[in-house]
Design a protein around this ligand. Structure first.
Ligand code: ATP
Length: 237
């Protein structure tokens, strides 16, 4: 569905992506992992067309994304830090994004708006929101358009435990529907019950891309955090 081939992206002397090649297939939930600054967000932004790689290319359903920007209508994106016009209300932001994404996305999924209780806060201005509520708005917008692909950058960061569970159930439901979910998180316990594939990046390079069951069998560890530690330990020794 999404294929990245030999992506390299430099910011000055720093190689944020260093010859990264990776496939993302329908029906998978992929954990994009790695230390701070390893290139995860740069890879996500390259897929979204927000960062243009210096070399390499990305195809979405076999079309090069540089020549066909309309692929973006198939993607719901939750950024690590959502930035919105601060004077607008939650209701206005939701209406604005709906307006921007129509006429392609008209069947709205408002379940998260409802379950996060945002309906009661539609008149609140963005600048007055807590970090967690802002995250709830970002999550609601990402899932609003029933897209085939969901890209979620640190989705549960800052959410309270109840909201975090609501979001995880929502992600599970998307995987059941055969959608592609790409998710970065440093809260590995959140990923344990969700992911089918693990990609690990380090210093801009893709260190490994493994099926979760293979990773668990190879390491003898059921918990993702322990399995990752085990792989990293074996790579060093
Ligand atoms: N616009 C930019 N200009 C300059 N450097 C950048 C830019 N965007 C990213 N970088 C650098 O590229 C490297 C990779 O950043 P990136 O945000 O992709 O990392 P990450 O793996 O998502 O990190 P984190 O886990 O902290 O979110 C970092 O060293 C970062 O400082």
């Amino acid at each position: 569905m999404i294929i990245a081939s030999n992506l390299t992206k430099r910011f000055g002397k720093l190689k944020a992506l260093d010859d990264v090649s990776v496939n993302f297939m329908k029906g998978e939930c992929i954990a994009l992992m790695g230390p701070n600054g390893s290139g995860k967000t740069t890879l996500i932004k390259s897929i979204l067309g927000m960062v243009v790689p210096d070399s390499g290319f990305i195809t979405f359903n076999d079309k090069n994304i540089l020549r066909d920007w309309q692929y973006r209508r198939h993607i719901g994106y939750m950024p690590q830090i959502g930035r919105y016009p601060e004077n607008m209300t939650i209701g206005q932001v939701i209406a604005m994004i709906k307006d921007i994404r129509s006429p392609y996305n008209t069947a709205f999924d408002e379940e998260l708006i409802e379950s996060f209780g945002l309906n009661a806060m539609l008149k609140k201005r963005m600048r007055t929101l807590s970090g967690g509520t802002r995250q709830k708005v970002s999550a609601s917008l990402a899932f609003l358009f029933n897209t085939d692909v969901l890209i979620l950058d640190e989705p549960t960061a800052g959410l309270d435990p109840v909201a975090s569970e609501i979001l995880k159930e929502k992600i599970k439901a998307q995987i059941k529907k055969g959608r592609l979910v790409i998710i970065t998180s440093h809260i590995l316990s959140d990923l344990d019950e969700l992911v089918t594939q693990v990609i690990y990046m380090q210093e801009g390079k893709l260190l490994f891309h493994k099926n979760i069951n293979i990773l668990r069998n190879e390491t003898g560890q059921q918990k993702l955090a322990r399995a990752i530690v085990s792989v990293m330990h074996n790579q060093r020794s």
